[in-house]
Design a protein around this ligand. Structure first.
Ligand code: KG4
Ligand code: ZN
Length: 353
């Protein structure tokens, strides 16, 4: 089976073709990604209207590239999958409309993929992870701990009550004058910094449940920046290192609690981290230690498949197609689309761990 995947929910325009064998294993036939970072850089963040227009300008060409590199024709495809949410709705509409039009023209099934399910299932393609597994999804828009029971079956153990982790990285980078996108810039600056110079509180550490919170830490960094005055490169490095250390320790505390909650209900042995912030080496190293102590296998997909891409959408499409899950052409694009519809709308309510 072969599926073309399309991703347009944020600031990456991407298309990819992935093939699945009868044993369930997958093979990436092609992947084309165009980052819009330079389009948004002058504004210090993503501008939704610019993103939507850029997707529209580049998507057709990227699809052609992906199809050519894969050496396949539309007749060789079994379905066309696109991110149908959650995300910036203008961009999501570009991908969904394109996929539906191609599905209609070629008679192939259309598959509406939840972007978060794309991130969630990537480790099954790259590392053959089996259900159930514990997932930490850390990106610019999300920070969640989920028990992944199967395709389309998720139980949320924790989520952020305010900012996403990537958002915190991006905002701190701005305060430190490190530019956009913030995550990689903060990580680079932190390498030369002293993580002990600023004693930031570890948010949520020791609190019941598995929820996250980063806005207090962000405020603490802002106050420290104001108190320091004009920042020297050393000050910026120390602030970056101290912030990153606090965030990493907070996340690993939440993960430890989630492992306990996961084990109460499931017998899975794998922990997966995915999303853009999973590219952070300090976080990866700490999570690896946390998993070793907890006796779980630590799995992190390759960096290019942790950040937004279309391989994950094609793969999630394949997983759904295998179960006969295709979608009608009147399926709507969704700005919000939780993986666990039963999780309380107010984060933290009703979660015990
Ligand atoms: O998954 P992703 O590519 O897009 C979303 O779906 O949000 O994640 C992007 C986020 C941005 O906030 C970016 O600053 C962050 O991931 N990020 C990092 C690193 N690389 C990317 N954060 C910390 N350290 C990194 N090395
Ligand atoms: Zn993402």
């Amino acid at each position: 089976m072969r599926v073309l995947g399309i991703e347009t929910s944020c600031d990456e325009t991407a298309a990819a073709v992935v093939e699945a064998g009868p044993d369930g294993s997958g093979r990436i036939l092609s992947q084309a990604v165009l980052s819009q970072i330079s389009d948004h850089r002058p504004y210090g963040g993503i501008v939704p209207e610019i993103a939507a227009r850029a997707h529209l300008s580049h998507l057709d060409r990227l699809i052609t590239t992906a199809m050519t590199e894969a050496g396949v024709d539309f007749a060789d495809l079994d379905a066309i999958a696109a991110t149908a949410g959650p995300g910036l709705i203008g961009g999501v509409l570009v991908g969904v409309s394109t996929a539906k039009a191609m599905a209609l023209a070629t008679g192939k099934p259309f598959i509406a993929v939840n972007h978060l399910e794309g991130h969630a299932l990537t480790a099954r393609l790259t590392d053959g992870v089996a259900f159930p597994f514990l997932l930490l999804l850390v990106s610019g828009g999300h920070c969640q701990l989920l028990a992944v029971e199967g395709v389309g079956r998720y139980r949320r153990l924790g989520t952020t009550v305010d900012d996403a982790a990537g958002e915190a990285f991006d905002k701190v980078a701005k305060m430190l004058g490190l530019g956009y996108p913030g995550g990689p810039a903060v990580e680079r600056a932190a390498k030369d910094g002293n993580p002990a110079r600023f004693a930031f509180t570890r948010p949520m550490k020791g609190k019941p449940g598995c929820d996250f919170s980063f806005s207090g830490l962000k405020t603490a960094v802002r106050i420290a920046v104001e108190q320091t005055g004009t920042l020297s490169p050393r000050d910026a490095a120390d602030l970056a290192a101290s912030f990153q250390a606090a965030l990493v320790e907070s996340i690993s505390d939440r993960v430890r609690r989630a492992v306990t909650a996961f084990r109460e209900k499931y017998d899975g042995t794998d922990f997966v981290v995915s999303g853009g912030v999973a590219a952070n080496t300090a976080l990866r190293m700490q999570l690896e230690k946390t998993c070793a102590t907890a006796g779980l296998r630590f799995v992190a997909p390759p960096l290019a498949l942790c950040t937004d891409n279309a391989v994950m959408i094609a793969w999630a499409g394949l997983e759904r197609l295998r179960l006969g899950l295709t979608d009608p052409l009147d399926t709507k694009a969704r700005p919000r689309w939780p993986l666990d519809p039963d999780a309380p709308a107010r984060p933290g309510a009703g979660v015990k761990a």
